[in-house]
Design a protein around this ligand. Structure first.
Ligand SMILES: NC(=O)c1ccc[n+]([C@@H]2O[C@H](COP(=O)([O-])OP(=O)(O)OC[C@H]3O[C@@H](n4cnc5c(N)ncnc54)[C@H](OP(=O)(O)O)[C@@H]3O)[C@@H](O)[C@H]2O)c1
Length: 217
């Protein structure tokens, strides 16, 4: 696998896209408009392995995709993708169903929590693809960096397809994660998404986002 698509131009999309280039992949970063200011800034001096396009173009380009879009628009963007562009592909979903409409701290969208999750909704909408929820429980600042706080913090994966989870594990290891727990099918994304209220409050208390959860056992 050589070509990867990154849907999202925020801190997460940029962080993942940079790391994938560093690892030698060819990368297309997708947005709503194909060449917004963040994409233009990202692609500067990146060489011929970096590309920009729309969300759908990035989906078509990548043999595996990272899904890094704003939580409250994630389902809408997923619905806009051409089914044949994502068919059979692994999609690593980093998005969170956070609602910032009332400011900080954000809350979890009620329809996407407890008895549901954004991961499950995205898997339903992108039924041709194999969704794996992961990386959503840490800040972009430590997602792919060699430095990981603590001895060996834990990363979780949730998804229905065993091969897609193997591909995800491989990339997580390349991102420096050593302790990876496969929680099971995509319904287990409820657990990791519901860590976000705790994550946000920990961040507010510590005053920085450079921490991670460890499952001691
Ligand atoms: N920031 C972190 O450290 C972190 C850590 C873990 C998980 N996450 C999750 O990862 C996702 C991405 O986070 P982020 O901080 O990188 O950036 P973000 O601002 O949450 O999302 C940026 C992306 O969302 C798209 N977007 C924004 N508003 C939109 C709208 N109204 N309609 C359609 N698309 C819209 C943007 O499209 P354009 O490119 O067209 O502008 C952009 O590609 C979020 O779900 C977040 O909860 C973030």
């Amino acid at each position: 696998m050589k070509k990867l698509g990154v849907l999202g131009t925020g801190m997460v999309g940029t962080t993942i896209a940079n790391k994938l280039l560093e690892l030698g992949y060819e990368v297309m970063m997708g947005s709503r408009t194909a060449s917004n200011d963040k994409q233009k800034a990202w692609i500067l001096n990146k060489g011929d392995k970096a590309h920009i396009g729309t969300f759908d173009q990035a989906a078509a380009f990548g043999e595996l995709l990272f899904y890094c879009v704003k939580g409250d628009t994630a389902v809408q963007i997923a619905k806009s993708l051409t089914p044949s562009n994502i068919k059979g592909k692994t999609i690593i979903d980093i998005s969170n169903p956070l609602d910032f409409s009332k400011g900080m701290p954000p809350f979890l969208a009620p329809a996407l929590t407890n008895t549901n999750s954004l991961g499950e909704e995205l898997q339903k909408v992108m039924s041709e693809a194999h969704l794996v929820k992961s990386l959503n429980i840490v800040s972009s600042t430590i997602m792919v960096s060699e430095y990981k706080p603590g001895d060996s913090p834990t990363m979780f994966i949730s998804g229905n397809n065993a091969d897609a989870k193997q591909e995800t594990m491989h990339l997580l290891k390349a991102f420096g994660w050593k302790d990876i727990i496969d929680l099971g099918d995509i319904t287990t994304a409820r657990g990791t998404e519901m860590l976000l209220p705790l994550w946000v409050r920990t961040m507010q208390t510590l005053g920085h986002p450079n921490f991670a959860f460890t499952v001691s056992r």
